[in-house]
Design a protein. Structure first.
Length: 158
């Protein structure tokens, strides 16, 4: 019975964390979501997203994960596919990848809040959940942003 209580409390905690994180990122000004900002800046090895494609095969599984960004409808934008190639559209798409990345980074900041009520094994499970529920989405945003930035450079030159 006690195990079920831990499961229920932790499940509720994580549902709230994900909703709060997803909502809060829409309250920050768009100027925060610049690809040159420290959190969103791509490393040299990430350029063009080839490392994600080659070693993680991200292109094979990324479209099978759920997209919840439309749920909040505060800044509606369809990230499922490119519809245009103009500068403004690509800039907005890049901004939305930064917003989505932050939405999946924030749960790690909430993780310590669940430590006091969980025994040691549950704390480890909660950490693993945080990793598995957020890191794949962070990787997808970084992969997409790398490709979008490359495309933006290409379209600007022409």
């Amino acid at each position: 019975m006690r195990v079920l209580l831990y499961i229920a409390v932790n499940a509720l905690f994580w549902v709230i964390v994900h909703f709060v994180s997803g909502y809060v990122v829409h309250l920050f000004p768009d100027s925060l979501y610049r690809p040159e900002q420290l959190l969103f800046r791509l490393h040299r090895w990430e350029y063009r997203g080839s490392i994600y494609r080659r070693y993680l095969r991200i292109h094979a599984w990324k479209d099978h994960l759920p997209e919840a960004g439309k749920f909040f409808s505060l800044h509606p934008f369809d990230k499922s596919h490119l519809t245009r190639f103009d500068r403004d559209y690509l800039a907005r798409f890049i901004l939305e990848t930064c917003r989505a990345e932050l939405a999946h980074v924030l749960p790690f900041l909430f993780y310590p809040l669940c430590l006091p009520w969980n025994p040691w094994p549950a704390n480890l499970i909660m950490f693993l959940y945080a990793v598995l529920a957020n890191v794949p989405f962070i990787l997808i945003q970084r992969y997409n942003r790398a490709r979008l930035l490359t495309l933006q450079i290409f379209t600007t030159r022409n």
